[in-house]
Design a protein around this ligand. Structure first.
Ligand code: S3P
Length: 426
């Protein structure tokens, strides 16, 4: 499916964004090993969490949906049944990596695979620690499919994260539930902490970094959670409103976990008019409304390795916002962008060039000078965030942008094109 978007009329009103993708995956996975029925409200209903649901059902977990409530019939720590076919994680790296942690602690062999994009993503980062814990895992030179012969109990380990990755951290924490003794993980760079919040794990911070401890065999009580709106999805609406004259919007009930909000500081530093209102805390996450008024970026966006792990998913939107605002942009220390749902460095650079922005590619990032966006066609490469980011390029006026394979947005924001179309002048 291709979508063409041009200038938008003022964007005014109150919006909701779909439930947070990272929290939705974790809520499903943790509920599946809880001792009873958990109720998950406002779970993201999109392809990525559907992949987690599909895998869990293949492992014998009953999951039902009634309106916006999803009920997960937890099997306890040792209640999964051996799947009769390969588990299919679709496009979802979070499903594959986090579920691998649970599969490592099962007394059976299972294979987890995914679509072409996922089969090209690095898995050695979870294979190594889970192997140290006693699972036997085979991969295709570090890539999926992964065949995991689990061990129960696993061996507890102390692990320092080499790549700042919440997915790797979470895989080890989940595996730690199936280990004998206490598993500790230290991260030098803080990554999203939704798993430790959901499992209510103790965290210590010192000069080494943040250390999280999980004690094997800890039973998980069933729980109720209201999943906040996804800040990574909200960013697209924030940028849209900032770019279109006369806009003034409020996005309600967005997750404001401090490990996810660095993007708001970057946008404010770039000159956007943002405010956070009506904040609240509802275990285990923080929420609030975000108000944005018209006002494009007026200062360059310059991102380096110190901040990149906190805003890795928002870089496509930030880059297109900078281009459409006519400010410079430089992103370095972002080699991880090359191993996301696509090689986002090369795809961003190629697409920016197709719409008149002479971006320069580097091994670990890209940069461009001030430019004026021209009409053109871009490729999503099947990557949801690339598709949604380039939708912003034409909104300010002067260019029509066609996005190929726009249906990629179904991964995390199913109604995105309807919302963006409703902003169009034509
Ligand atoms: C995620 C962590 C990040 C992020 C991804 C979701 C998670 O990946 O890019 O979209 O839910 O834990 P890494 O752990 O690979 O950095």
């Amino acid at each position: 499916m291709e979508i063409t978007l041009g200038p938008a009329k003022s964007i005014v009103g109150t919006f909701d964004v779909p439930g947070d993708k990272s929290i939705s995956h974790r809520a499903l996975l943790v509920a599946s090993i809880a001792d009873g029925v958990s109720s998950l409200h406002n779970l993201l209903q999109a392809q990525d969490p559907e992949s987690t649901i599909r895998c869990l059902r293949s492992l014998g977990v009953k999951i039902t949906r009634n309106g916006e409530t999803t009920e997960v019939y937890g099997q306890g720590l040792n209640g999964f049944r051996r799947p009769t076919a390969d588990l299919d994680a679709g496009n979802s790296g979070t499903t594959m990596r986090l579920l691998s942690g649970i599969l490592a602690g099962q007394p059976f062999e299972s294979t987890i695979t995914g679509d072409e994009s996922l089969r090209n993503r690095p898995m050695q980062r979870v294979v190594d620690p889970l192997t140290r814990m006693g699972a036997v895992i085979s991969s295709q030179k570090g890539k999926p499919p992964l065949t995991i012969q689990g061990k129960n109990p696993l061996d507890a380990i102390s692990h320092t994260l080499q790549v700042p990755s919440a997915q790797v951290k979470s895989a080890i924490l989940l595996a730690g539930l199936f280990a004998e003794g206490a598993t500790t993980i230290t991260e030098k760079v803080i990554t999203r902490d939704h798993t430790e919040r959901l499992l209510n794990l103790p965290v210590r911070t010192n000069e080494e970094g943040r250390t999280i401890t999980v004690v094997g065999g800890t039973r998980i009580p069933p729980f109720t959670i209201v999943v906040p709106g996804d800040i990574s999805s909200a960013v697209f609406l924030i940028c849209a409103a900032a770019l279109v004259p006369g806009s003034d919007i409020v996005i309600r009930n967005v997750g404001l976990n401090p490990t996810r909000t660095a993007v708001l500081g970057i946008l404010t530093n770039a000159g956007l008019q943002l405010s956070v209102e009506r904040t609240s805390h509802q275990e285990p996450e923080e929420y609030g409304d975000i108000r944005v008024k018209f006002g494009p970026a007026s200062r360059p966006i310059d991102l380096d390795s110190a901040v990149v792990p906190q805003i890795i998913d928002e870089i496509p939107a930030l880059a297109v916002l900078a281009a459409a605002s006519g400010v410079e942009c430089s992103v370095r220390g972002a080699g991880e962008l090359r191993v996301k749902e696509s090689d986002r460095v090369s795809l961003l650079v190629r697409n920016l060039r197709s719409i008149g922005v002479p971006a320069e590619e580097a091994g670990d990032g890209f940069s461009f000078e001030r430019a004026v966006i021209t009409s053109g066609r871009v490729q999503s490469g099947g990557d949801h965030r690339i598709a949604m980011a380039f939708a912003l390029a034409g909104l300010r006026g002067g260019a029509e942008i066609t996005i190929d394979e726009a249906e990629a947005s179904e991964i995390s924001f199913p109604h995105y094109w309807g919302v963006l179309e409703s902003f169009q002048k034509r």
